[in-house]
Design a binder for this molecule. Structure first.
Ligand code: FAD
Length: 116
């Protein structure tokens, strides 16, 4: 990893962005209003245009065309991001993540309290 005062490389930017996206999904409402849904769709659809890694952005744009975002609830949105992240994991030859554990990882922490 680069020293902390350096601009982020693709890896550091990816970790920061996934932290933001999964955490935002973890705190998204169970029953979002139309306005909240529209804001989330805007955020997701802005990524292919703005994410500062052009091949990441381009592939992500293709993936969201194949699997349009499900912004209907916290649970469904969290799963949707988990599945998109897993597609990137597969592309990079990384292990896939068990999406049943997404709340443990991004919202509640492990049951042993080690993150409390
Ligand atoms: P990351 O993949 O960043 O994951 C961070 C943490 O999230 C992991 O430690 C794990 O605890 C958890 N996690 C892992 N998988 C999941 C999941 N499915 N659901 C929930 N939590 C999970 N890099 C490229 O080289 N090429 C690309 O095309 C590319 N596209 C990207 C597209 C987007 C939209 C984003 C946000 C990032 C992209 N990246 C890409 C970056 C890449 O996904 C990783 O962030 C980077 O390689 C660092 O990986 P990492 O192993 O540190 O963990």
């Amino acid at each position: 990893a680069l020293p902390p005062h350096c601009p982020p490389d693709v890896e550091a930017l990816g970790r920061a962005t996934w932290s933001f996206l999964h955490t935002t999904a973890a705190y998204y409402p169970t029953r979002p209003t139309p306005h909240q849904r529209a804001n989330m769709l805007n955020l997701i659809h802005a990524l292919p245009a703005l994410y500062p890694c052009s091949n990441c952005a381009e592939d992500f744009g293709d993936k969201i065309k194949e699997n349009p975002p499900d912004v209907s609830s916290r649970e469904r949105l969290s799963r949707w991001f988990c599945e998109r992240h897993n597609e990137v994991n597969e592309k990079l030859g990384k292990e896939t993540f068990d999406c049943a554990k997404v709340d443990e990882r991004w919202k509640d922490g492990p049951p042993d309290g080690s993150c409390d």
